[in-house]
Design a protein around this ligand. Structure first.
Ligand code: FAD
Ligand code: UDP
Length: 379
């Protein structure tokens, strides 16, 4: 074995695929019973509808290198993601755009009038100086829209007051003065034609890659554990960074999700793939309806699969999904970075290994960079 990869998400699989293609023998371990990390999906048995087991995954990127790379393993549909938000029983288009603004204010403003209105409502804070998510939100869209669509949704999702969350979280959400309600602004977007699992399996399908599932890196009763391997074989570690060091610097804050899945006896429940629920009175953040991700597929017309998403803080026993990133977390992370720098022969990557809110294309892009810059010459 030339390399051990801990974690078979997109970061780990990209590293494994590159190393295997260069003739290196790679073992990939994962503590779960399947590969693919959080991007894994399965056909729901009663309907055959592809369900993203760990929450809806939409692929989008403007990175040419990543786009060329992923197209080696799958082709993509022309799916364009759109999201709507239910606020006080009325449905509005997201991200906030001219349609949302005019519906909310019962107006018919053109772009200039809408800009002037929002600029006036956003005067309280300057975007460049926004110190937290609340200030940034108000500076971008003004207080009324912020309070309707962002404040309670975000508090529900992050279980943290918006004044303690980093401003960057909503940099992901653009504000548009047109009626364009594409959720993402990237050059390329789509869903894998044969599903995520077919894509993921193709990445791992190489004679130089051996995958061992149900194998935890910290379980000393199995041969490829941390104690026995580190220092002997190069390791790419994509699990939680705090867990690697046995929480020596304290626990980093993570958010986990609970999903409530249901098969309903109707061909269409909500008419779209994702409906957000903006208010604090509804306990879930959104409802996914998976059939709408693949309108091109021949799914049953009398049944549909929906999934309600609930958010809460992760304990050590939960799957850590999103880094919360409070100021204390960031301080702790610096201490963990110092520890990772001293861990010779171990390369920390991915969403959990670097405590970063990475999308799939970012995880793949950073794995390609790590392979090219750090591993290629040393393996
Ligand atoms: P992961 O996919 O988390 O993989 C890490 C793997 O390591 C897991 O399989 C885990 O079991 C394994 N592991 C951890 N500890 C150990 C251990 N001790 N021993 C062995 N194995 C271990 N991205 C998008 O681009 N678009 C989206 O719409 C999108 N939606 C998302 C929705 C949700 C709810 C979540 C959680 C993420 C979403 N993402 C989305 C992000 C996407 O899932 C990640 O960017 C991508 O999966 C990152 O891959 P990764 O390899 O870093 O981590
Ligand atoms: N957001 C919000 N209201 C919405 C949708 C998103 O306030 O209706 C904010 C929220 O803070 C969220 C962030 O925008 O964490 C990013 O949203 P996105 O939908 O990209 O989050 P993800 O799909 O990764 O959970």
């Amino acid at each position: 074995m030339d390399l051990l990869v801990v974690g078979s998400g997109f970061f780990g699989l990209t590293i494994a695929e590159r190393a295997a293609a260069a003739g290196k023998k790679v073992v990939v371990i994962d503590r779960r019973s399947h590969i693919g990390g959080n991007a894994y999906s399965q056909a729901e048995p009663e309907t055959g509808i592809e369900v993203h087991t760990y929450g809806a995954h939409l692929f989008h990127t403007s990175n040419e290198t990543v786009w060329e790379y992923v197209n080696r393993f799958t082709s993509f549909t022309g799916y364009v993601h759109k999201v709507y938000s239910n606020f006080k029983g009325e449905v509005y288009p997201l991200p906030i755009n001219l349609g949302t603004i005019n519906q909310f204010f019962r107006a018919s403003h053109g772009p200039d009038a809408a800009r002037a209105l929002i600029a006036e409502q956003a005067e309280e804070f300057d975007t460049k100086e926004a110190k937290n998510l609340e200030e940034k939100g108000i500076s971008l869209i003004g207080r009324p829209l912020y309070e309707a669509f962002i404040r309670d949704y975000t508090s529900k999702q992050w279980q943290t007051p918006t004044t303690e969350l980093p401003a960057e979280i909503i940099s992901r959400l653009p504000v548009r003065y047109t009626y364009d309600n594409r959720y993402f602004s990237d050059k390329y977007e789509g869903l894998p034609v044969d599903g995520y699992t077919a894509w993921i399996e193709k990445m791992a399908d190489h004679p130089n890659i051996e995958v061992r599932l149900n194998t935890d890196f910290f379980d000393e009763s199995q041969p490829l554990n941390k104690k026995d391997v580190v220092g002997k074989v190069p390791v790419v570690y994509t699990g939680p960074v705090d867990r690697y060091f046995d929480y020596a610097e304290g626990e980093l804050g993570w958010r986990t999700l609970d999903f409530e899945q249901e098969v309903l006896p109707t061909g269409d429940f909500q008419g779209t793939s994702v409906m957000n629920y903006a208010g604090a009175d509804v306990p879930y953040t959104r409802i996914h309806e998976f059939r709408h991700f693949h309108p091109e597929r021949d799914y049953p017309t009398d049944k549909t699969v929906i999934m309600r998403e609930f958010s809460r803080f992760a304990t050590r026993e939960d799957e850590p999904y999103y880094p919360v990133n409070t100021p204390e977390d960031r301080e702790r992370l610096l201490k963990y970075r110092a520890l990772t720098d001293g861990e010779t022969g171990v390369y920390f990557g991915g969403r959990l290994g670097t405590y970063q809110y990475l999308d799939m294309h970012m995880a793949i892009g950073s794995a390609l960079s790590m392979y090219n810059n750090k591993l290629e010459g040393t393996l």
